[in-house]
Design a protein around this ligand. Structure first.
Ligand SMILES: [Zn+2]
Length: 161
């Protein structure tokens, strides 16, 4: 059953310790409750649906990460949305000791003009990403090769460091 915490939703995943977050993260999101939902020392957050985080949400996110580190939890961040990738890049403390296994990145098609948020497998493409080389992506509209639409040294910086 999906719970609502302020403007954020939490839906339980297929197995214990897996949660799908959605909506906006602010000071009413009760992020401090998340580490308590870990199972066997593992917490996996699906973040594809998180479309906004404000500065108080970032503060609580950092506290949540610190509490998870303190508790020795293995935190996986999966399908991290672009607004959250920007925070991971700007504020090192938002990364805590978590692992990002996949994330969204902006691509654009030069052939037809389509812009697309593309899901990148951070594990499979790890070597390429730490060299700041965007993985290839095909345009869903016209099948041409799309171009990465940000600065790799900025957008992928959360993966190295
Ligand atoms: Zn295209």
């Amino acid at each position: 059953m999906t719970e609502t915490h302020g403007r954020m939703t939490i839906a339980p995943g297929p197995t214990p310790g897996v949660l799908t977050l959605g909506g906006a993260i602010d000071e009413t999101a009760d992020l401090h409750l998340l580490p308590k939902r870990a199972s066997s020392g593992r917490l996996s957050l699906d973040l594809a649906g998180v479309n906004f985080i404000n500065s108080l949400g970032v503060r609580d996110w950092i506290r949540m990460q610190a509490a998870a580190t303190e508790a020795g939890l293995d935190v996986e961040l999966a399908r991290v949305s672009e607004p959250l990738v920007h925070q991971l890049n700007m504020i090192v403390a938002t990364r805590g000791s978590s692992r990002v296994t996949s994330f969204y990145a902006p691509y654009a098609c030069d052939a037809c003009g389509r812009e697309e948020s593309v899901l990148i497998d951070a594990v499979a493409y790890n070597d390429q990403l730490v060299r700041l080389e965007p993985p290839p992506a095909k345009c869903p509209e016209c099948s041409a090769q799309m171009a990465f639409n940000d600065f790799p040294e900025r957008y992928f910086s959360f993966l190295s460091g």
